[in-house]
Structures are given as C-alpha cells and as structure tokens.
Design a protein around this ligand. Structure first.
Ligand SMILES: [Zn+2]
Length: 466
C-alpha cells in the first residue's frame, strides 16, 4: 500500500470505529494489543522484564516500565541496530533539525529522564500516520465542523503554532514534522518560538494572519490579552491548546478575545495523540490506538470516577520502539457514565499537567509566564537536571529550586540558568523581576507524590500593586 492509500485507510478506519461505537473500539484495541505484545517479546528489554511471564498473560500481568529502565536500557528498546542512544542524542543537539525525520525515517523526541540522561523516543512512519489520521479525523475535523473547515480553507488554511522550539520536545516533533499532505500544507503552517517576546510573536501573527492557532494555553492567553487590549486583531476559526492544563479563566479569556472555541488535546512523548477534547470539556481517549490505565500507588486499577495516582500508557501504533505500560506520571479521572457529547471513546480529565502560570505585572501590564517556557529554558545546561522548580515568592521575585546533577559545577550552571531566566523575563517585558536561587532543593508534593514545576505563593491580587 502506498503512503497516501495507507493514510486514507487509517483516517477512514478512525472515522468508522468512532461511528460504530464502543464495541468496535474495544475490538480494535484487543486485536492491536495482542499484536503489539507478541511483537514486543522480540525486544531485549521486554524479553528481560517479562521473563517467566506466560506469553498469553494479559497486559495487567506485565511489569510497568520506569523512566530508569527506559533511559538505561535504551539500546534494548529497539531492534534496528542503527538506533543507538548516543547517536540519537548527538542528533538532538542540533535544534535546527527539530521535527526532521531522523535517519530519513524516524520521528524522534525527548522528555525528562533520570541521572542526567533524557528519555528518548523513536516512532516509525506507521505510527506517525496513525497520529496524523487521529489528529485529522478526531480533532481538527470535529473541532472545526463543516462551516469552520470552509472558513479555514477560504482563509488560506494558515495555522500558526507557538511552542518551545529550542529542543526536540514532543509538541515540536509533532508540529514541525513535514505534513503528509505535502508542501502546500507545510507552507500553510508556521512555528513561532515561545521564548520570543510576546510583542514580537503578536507582530508576526498580525503580519501572517493565521486562521487558527495552536500553542501552550498560557501563550494563547497572553495573546488573548494583546487582542483584548487592541494591540492584535486576529480573526480566528479555532484555537488549540497543547501540553499544559487550561486554567478556566484563561479559557474564557481566549474564547472571548478571539470569538472562537478553544479545544484542548492530550499527548505525550510516548504517544502523540492520546486524546482530544469534546465540547463538554472532556478529553476522549483514542482507545483503539492507545491503552490508558489509571492506577493507584500499588499500581492497582482505579475505578472510573476516582482520581488515579498515576497512569500507565501503551501505544498500540508504534512498532519500532514499543511503549508498553509506561508510567506517564499524570493523575487522571475516567468519566463513569457515557459523555453527553455522544462520543463512544472513553472520557478522562487530566491533572498531571497542572503547573501554574506565573503572573507578574510591569508598567500596568499583566504578564503570564508559560510554565513550559520556563521549564524548557534549562535545555542543555550542563549540570542541571529537568526537575527544577520555579516559584513566584512575591510580586517581583522568581525563586528557583535547582535540580543539580551529582558532581555538577553548581555555580557555573546556576550562572547560566540565571542569565537565561533574566533574558526570558526581559523578553516578556519584565525587566524588574528578580531571579534568586532558593536554598531549598526541589520537593515533590507530599500528598500526590507529583513534582509540580511552577507555582505561585502570591495571593491572586498581590501582583497588581506593582
Ligand atoms: Zn464528550
């Protein structure tokens, strides 16, 4: 089957499965899961982890894969001898190649890891085609509706994405990847770095006039403020949020400012199309291509209606580096009854991505800093791990609890992080915000065990005084 025929087949299968109802979704999940588990037994990592477990054992009998397993045994997670940790990591040092297929055929991305090494992910063409068909048929088409699709087409189909582009992160890998629709679609999408000042992003958008925007909700919210205050006049059909939890007030502001719906999505390095939001505000999981298991501290299943401790994910589409029962670290709650939107796909709410936007004020302007804008700044600073925490301790202070690697040159690493943070704050029109290194090391939330990366200790109105 040619590439286009394969894409059409996948897209029509996604539409048919959704139309046929829950039974059709479950059947596909069962069949694809059996295929994936049989295939995964050929991989050294799973041969080792699953030794002694009968080959007909169900998914719940298999031990979950930890970040440490994945980082330390990366070369055992693949069969292709060309895919090696060191080679892929070298490729990722070149940020001009974000989204470009690696070795001409693999989509790659990274996420936080352990012991100073990142978790790296490799996806094959087949799984990227699945991802693309799901985003098309279950996200963009229903979100736009027939009227919105026509309006988007009439406006040249231009879509702008505002994300972190300084690393091979999942959102960048997904958005920057060349479209299967060919060069016309590529020319109609633009990516803008969120590390640029919001004024510059707004000017670029005003010049390019996209019909839809995609980005972290905190950035979309900043642009909504620009629009509401008259410095921007975009005419949008749709706004799509990725990667972060959408604060209700931000959602209301974005929808009011642009006069279009905001729709949220759920994706991770392990699977770039876990679920998409419906008009009722629930994320519907693409259960025919991904298995999500909400579990408690002891990894026992958590029933619908209760928040999980964490979530295990199994990606049924990727065969080059099978992801089976990865700990996502997200707390989810499955909706117990069918969703009133009528979608047969299971509906969930996600809490894991709940980092706060930090709101500062300068010269009468409110500036919300996107959590991912801060978190991704540490990028590749030698000696700093991904688990640092950013705390707004008062109206003018950003305190950082830095996660240093063992043996790091702490003073040198901090000087570089401080320099980047100050530049980031200046770029966002906050020259007066002070950056301090906290004497406290990063700490997990004692209740949930989650590492929240950004939060504010300032009362809601305290910042307005400046
Ligand atoms: Zn729904």
């Amino acid at each position: 089957m040619g590439r286009r025929a394969a894409l059409l087949f996948l897209a029509s299968d996604a539409l048919r499965a959704r139309a046929a109802g829950q039974e059709a979704i479950t059947m596909r999940q069962r069949r694809r899961l059996a295929d994936l588990l049989a295939w995964s037994r050929r991989f050294p990592l799973y041969r080792r982890l699953w030794a002694g477990i009968p080959s007909d054992a169900g998914l719940e009998a298999l031990p979950p894969v930890t970040k440490a397993d994945w980082v330390h045994a990366f070369d055992e997670t693949v069969l292709d001898p060309h895919v090696r940790y060191e080679a892929l990591w070298r490729h990722m040092q070149d940020v001009s190649r974000v989204g470009e297929p690696w070795l001409g055929r693999y989509s790659v991305c990274r996420s936080s890891g352990v012991s100073g090494k990142k978790s790296l992910f490799v996806a094959d063409q087949g799984s990227m085609d699945v991802c693309w068909s799901l985003w098309l048929t279950r996200a963009w088409l229903p979100w736009l509706g027939p009227g919105g699709a026509v309006r988007l087409a009439r406006r040249g189909g231009r879509v702008a994405a505002m994300i972190a582009t300084n690393g091979h992160y999942a959102s960048a890998a997904l958005i920057r990847r060349p479209s299967p629709m060919g060069s016309i679609a590529n020319a109609r999408s633009a990516t803008l770095s969120i590390h640029k000042p919001v004024g510059r992003i707004a000017r670029a958008l005003a010049h390019w006039r996209p019909a839809a925007i995609v980005g972290y909700p905190t950035i979309l919210d900043q642009l909504a403020v620009e629009q509401l205050e008259g410095r921007l006049s975009l005419d949008l059909v749709l706004a799509v949020s990725v990667s972060e939890w959408v604060e209700p007030a931000a959602r209301a502001r974005i929808e009011a400012a642009f006069g279009c719906p905001l729709r949220d999505s759920y994706a991770a390095s392990e699977s770039l199309a876990i679920g998409f939001e419906c008009p009722e505000g629930w994320l519907h999981v693409n259960a025919d291509w991904v298995v999500l298991e909400p579990v408690d501290e002891s990894l026992r299943p958590v029933p619908p209606g209760e928040a999980s401790h964490t979530t295990l994910v199994t990606n049924l589409a990727n065969h080059v580096q099978p992801v089976v029962r990865h700990d996502l670290g997200d707390r989810i709650t499955v909706r117990p009854e069918p969703c009133s939107c009528g979608t047969p796909l299971p509906a969930v709410r996600v809490e894991g991505r709940r980092n706060d936007a930090l709101v500062f004020h300068h010269a009468g302007r409110r500036v919300a800093l996107a959590p991912l804008g801060l978190i991704t700044l540490v990028g590749s600073i030698p000696g700093i791990a991904m688990g640092s925490q950013y705390v707004q301790t008062d109206a003018r202070t950003l305190s950082v609890r830095v996660a240093f690697l063992p043996g790091a040159d702490e003073a040198g690493a901090w000087a570089e992080l401080e320099r980047r943070l100050r530049a980031h704050l200046r770029a966002h029109g906050l020259p007066d915000v002070d950056v301090v290194r906290s004497p406290i090391p990063p700490r997990r939330d004692p209740r949930t065990g989650k590492l929240i990366k950004t939060w504010s200790e300032v009362g809601i109105h305290a910042g307005a005084a400046s």
